[in-house]
Structure formats: C-alpha cells, structure tokens
Design a protein around this ligand. Structure first.
Ligand code: NDP
Length: 309
C-alpha cells in the first residue's frame, strides 16, 4: 500500500515515524513537487493543489485536523469522488473541554478581574455572578462541541447548544437552524464558537449576532478566525455590550503585532492552541480507518463536500 504525506511546519520525520509504527506494511513517502506516482491514500494538512490534482485513484484523503476548510478551498483541484476524511476527536475533544472550561470559569469566577486588581496590589471583593443567570451557549454540537457541553455540565451552568439539525442532549437546551439562532443568542451569557468554517458560517460572529447576546456577554472563539468580524467585536467592547473575549483563532495568523486586539486588555489571546493535533492518537485513528477501508467497511468522519464539513 502506497501513502503520500504532506504537512506544514517541517515536522515530516516525527509523523513518518508514528505512521510507520501504526502501518508497518505501508510505503509512506513525503510528497514532493512533480511526484505523480501511484498512491492509495493521502495524509495531509494544508496540501498544495498539485499534490492532489487529478489523483482520482486515491481511496481516501485523510486530513490531519477536524476542520476541513483549508482542504476544501482547493475546489476543483480536489479529485471528485475521493472521500475526504477529517479527524474524529483524536484527543482534541478533551483539549477543547479543558480550554473552554478554563475560559468560562475564569470569567465566571471573575479571575480575570482579580488578576487586574492583583497587578494594582488591590485586595478587593467583587460581587460573584449568579450561576442561574450565567448560561453558556455553544455554537456547533458536533464531535468537539458535544464534548465541551458534556464537560460544562459538571459545573452546573445552564447550557444551550445550536446546530444545523435538531439535537437532543440531556441537560442542554437545543436550538437549530437559522430560525433557532436568535433565541439561542438571547439565552447565551457566554457564547462559544465551535462551528466548522463554511459558506454558511463565515462571519457569523458579527455586529448583528453579537448584539443579540445579553449585555455583558462574553465571547470565546476556538473555531476559525474568519467566523468573527473582528472590527464588530471591538465596537461592541467599546460600547460595553460585550464584556470580554477569549480568542484562540484570528483572521490573520500569527496575529500581526499592530493588531488592535493586542491593546485590548479584555481580550485574552492564545496562538491557535486550544486543541492540537496529537501525532500518536491521529496516526492510530487513521491507521484503523485505512484498515477498515481495506476490509470494505464504512468509516466515520467522511466529509460531506456539499455541506462543507
Ligand atoms: P463537527 O463536524 O463534528 O461538528 C460541527 C457542528 O457544527 C455540528 O453540530 C453541525 O451541525 C454544526 N454546524 C455546521 N454548520 C452549521 C450551520 N450552518 N448552522 C448550524 N450549525 C452548524 O466538527 P468538530 O466538532 O469536530 O469541529 C468543529 C470545528 O472546530 C472544526 O471545523 C474546526 O474549524 C474547529 N477546530 C479548531 C481547533 C483549534 O485548535 N482552534 C482544533 C480543532 C477543530 P449538525 O450536527 O446538525 O451537522
């Protein structure tokens, strides 16, 4: 079995090592410009168009991430009829649960404000927020959003979720579709974006939607930078409609040194680390899926290109 590989970040060898360990029978090579030799599978992160163009003989293209926006952007260069397979959790769910729980609790327990008071050497009591009025709303109830909702249930926050198709989840008020968005937003004191980036969701965190949140709401974006209209967030912070934000993703990454977010103390910034692709877990999952495909079985995580996720 022949596998071509491409990832960004110059980490080829560690990947080749774990993939070889999981699939000792496979011949895995790093794809180089001009390589059009046979391959059964491709394993990629942000591949160049030339790697995949015309490769209709591939049995599947495995994406080294949960989000497939970068690969679907290849458009016609992506061979028709070849399944694109995203990572299903592969250790990212728990990382998202840790990151989002931390951000929610930091705001709810007012630890961000206590950090500021501490920097001013002030020993001062702040009125706690009332948990019953502190609803957390998760945009996207998929593999990762579902895991985060599960984690937040342990803290007793009223929870809301929004998805494309209607869901049922114990302890969560579920909303769906464009018609359900307004009620969801009005109910969310903390809004967490965990959506895939698609034609329908690009720019979804904008002046209109964020204004529907209750005054003093908090935003957490761990999905993609292009979900947020950044100038709209700054305007709503200025008007104190939004109290603060934790952002892991940005329209331009790395966030440019002159970006106004760096100067806004109410915005916590991390460099796209909320859920990292874990090499061992991902290689194991891909190897298991390849084995299942070789035996003619169905696999999970196949992307619906018409939906964009
Ligand atoms: P899933 O595909 O499992 O879940 C996506 C969820 O979003 C589903 O519940 C889906 O609804 C919902 N959704 C999609 N489109 C719409 C829409 N138009 N309206 C309403 N709901 C919609 O994805 P994952 O949970 O695995 O991942 C989510 C995203 O997280 C990824 O696409 C990626 O961009 C981001 N991510 C970020 C990382 C980081 O480090 N910052 C790391 C990993 C992922 P339905 O269930 O009805 O289909």
């Amino acid at each position: 079995m022949d596998i071509i590989f491409h990832a960004t970040g110059g980490q080829d060898q560690p990947w080749l090592d774990v993939l070889a360990k999981e699939m000792p029978q496979a011949k895995i090579r790093v794809w180089r410009e001009g390589d059009s030799a046979h391959a059964d599978y491709a394993i990629v992160w942000k591949p160049p168009a030339a790697m995949l163009q015309g490769r209709t003989g591939l049995k599947a293209i495995f994406n080294l991430g949960a989000g497939v926006d970068a690969i679907l952007q290849l458009g016609d260069a992506l061979p028709q009829g070849v399944p694109v397979v995203r990572l299903d959790d592969a250790g990212m769910g728990i990382q998202m649960a840790e990151y989002v729980s931390h951000a929610v609790l930091r705001y709810f327990r007012r630890l961000d404000s206590y950090d500021i008071l501490r920097s001013q050497k002030q020993w001062r009591f702040l009125k706690p927020f009332d948990k019953s009025e502190f609803s957390v709303g998760i945009l996207g109830m998929g593999v990762l959003g579902g895991r985060v909702l599960e984690a937040l249930q342990h803290f007793g926050f009223p929870l809301h979720g929004w998805s494309r198709t209607q869901k049922q989840m114990a302890g969560v008020t579920c909303h769906s579709g464009a018609d359900g968005l307004d009620a969801f937003l009005q109910a969310s004191r903390v809004l967490v974006c965990m959506l895939p980036l698609t034609d329908d969701t690009i720019g979804i965190l904008n002046k209109h939607s964020l204004s529907r949140l209750p005054r003093g709401a908090y935003l957490i974006n761990v999905a993609r930078g292009a979900h947020l209209v950044e100038a709209d967030l700054l305007a709503l912070l200025q008007q104190e409609h939004i109290a603060g934000a934790t952002l892991d993703v940005f329209s331009e990454e790395p966030l440019p040194p002159k970006h106004p977010f760096w100067h806004e103390s109410r915005i916590s910034i991390t460099p796209h680390i909320s859920a990292l692709t874990l090499r061992d877990d991902s290689a194991r999952q891909i190897a298991e899926k390849i084995q299942a495909m070789q035996q003619g079985q169905q696999i999970s995580g196949v992307v619906d290109r018409t939906k964009g996720y």
